[in-house]
Design a protein around this ligand. Structure first.
Ligand SMILES: *Cc1c(COP(=O)(O)O)cnc(C)c1O
Length: 381
């Protein structure tokens, strides 16, 4: 709690408040977790199998293989596609590090393609020029919950005989032309990290696919490469969704559409409250798709100084975040790829200008009014 000049008592407005959502489902989720505890079955079992079926049905795919994280979902998928040494995978330079880290982890090389400055998603019109003899897959990200143009990308991938691996970590429940993300590519990779739209009480992830043979391979890889117990056809990893997390996710999946709808209301209200503020650019409407607003990310344009505005806002009691401050082609670990400054100007400029405001389904109108009021003060202190 702090006091500002007017003598008004203001509470800190967090970027995200997971306790509010928990309170609405506490009794139900606690019963589910206690059930698992009493069952004595903590790894695998009915809960995990049931959740996999429910999640596949939700996304609209034949198969779902759960695993320990979104990162593992991506890694297992690339492995199951036999992508490795000497191969290239096309990905955006403006995303969470894990997207591209997994390409390197299987031994392949990321090839970056710039983003569309309006949507922050991969510029699908620039992908074709980056495809070479070694390209094996395209790894688009539905960033901040906004679905990518999957029509354009699917056509391109089909004509060039490339696999699409969708990074859906921030977009559970988003859809493109009426179809859920994660159902377009060869595989959809999901994260159930607590801050994602469908978040567990710890780590979790899943791979969705229509191909039963591919699902079988992913399942083997996440169980030490075993297709039957103690018979190992290849070297895999250990990557499980715990039964307790599956139980939590089963409960939360029932409310996901409602929560995503509430996020859309929050986004709509921001759109109304924030216009027009000079040099502040809002995320555009989604056409042809439905966003689930994992983040509400504005641009703070020059002559405004994004970092200064953010500091002022923090002092006024509003938490914000910069997703992401450094483009992946400028990460120390990727220096050896040799991309220069200016290689991907849209990604680089996004890193200078983006600011994610508080966004969660339970954010109230009063809080949003307060955020916008304080943002104006942060710009013109
Ligand atoms: C969160 C995230 C991941 C990784 O998910 P984890 O479950 O944290 O491993 C991958 N890609 C993107 C875009 C993410 O936001």
């Amino acid at each position: 709690m702090r006091w500002i000049a007017l003598g008004v008592c203001v509470t800190q407005i967090p970027l995200l408040d997971l306790t509010r959502q928990y309170q609405t489902i506490a009794a139900e989720v606690e019963r589910a977790v206690l059930d698992v505890m009493a069952s004595g079955r903590y790894i695998g079992g009915d809960r995990v199998a049931q959740f996999e079926r429910q999640f596949a049905q939700y996304v609209g795919t034949n198969e779902c293989v759960s695993c320990n994280s979104g990162t593992d979902a991506l890694y297992l998928t690339l492995k199951a596609l036999d992508i490795g040494e000497g191969d290239e995978v096309i990905a955006p330079p403006f995303t969470f590090f894990a997207t591209v880290e997994t390409i390197s982890a299987v031994g392949a090389t990321p090839v970056f393609v710039d983003i569309d400055p309006k949507t922050f998603n991969l510029d699908t019109s620039a992908v074709d020029a980056a495809i070479g003899a070694r390209t094996k897959a395209i790894l688009p990200v539905h960033l901040f919950g906004r679905p990518l143009d999957m029509t354009a990308l699917s056509d391109l991938a089909a004509s060039r005989n490339l696999a699409i691996v969708e990074d859906c970590a921030q977009a559970t429940g988003a859809s493109w032309q009426g179809r859920q993300v994660g159902s377009f590519g060869r595989a959809g990779c999901f994260s159930f990290f607590p801050t994602k739209n469908l978040g567990a009480f710890g780590d979790g992830g899943a791979v969705t696919t229509d191909d039963p043979e591919f699902a079988r391979r992913v399942r083997a890889l996440k169980e030490h490469g075993a297709t039957q117990r103690y018979v190992h056809e290849e070297v895999g990893v250990n990557s499980r969704l715990d039964a307790v997390q599956a139980a939590v996710l089963q409960v939360k999946l029932k409310y996901l559409d409602e929560w995503n709808e509430a996020r859309r209301d929050v986004a709509r209200r921001y759109g109304e409250l924030l216009t027009p503020i000079p040099h502040i650019e809002l995320p555009p409407e989604t056409t042809d798709g439905v966003s689930v607003w994992n983040q509400y990310t504005i641009r703070v344009r020059p002559p405004l100084d994004r970092d200064r505005v953010r500091q002022n806002l923090q002092a006024l009691g509003v938490s914000t975040m910069v997703y992401y401050p450094l483009p992946l082609h400028h990460q120390p670990v990727y220096r050896q790829l040799g991309y220069s400054v200016g290689a991907f100007p849209h990604a680089e400029r996004a890193c200078q200008e983006v600011l994610s405001l508080p966004m969660f389904p339970e954010l109230t109108l009063e809080q949003q009014q307060e955020i916008v009021y304080r943002l104006k003060s942060a710009i013109d202190p």
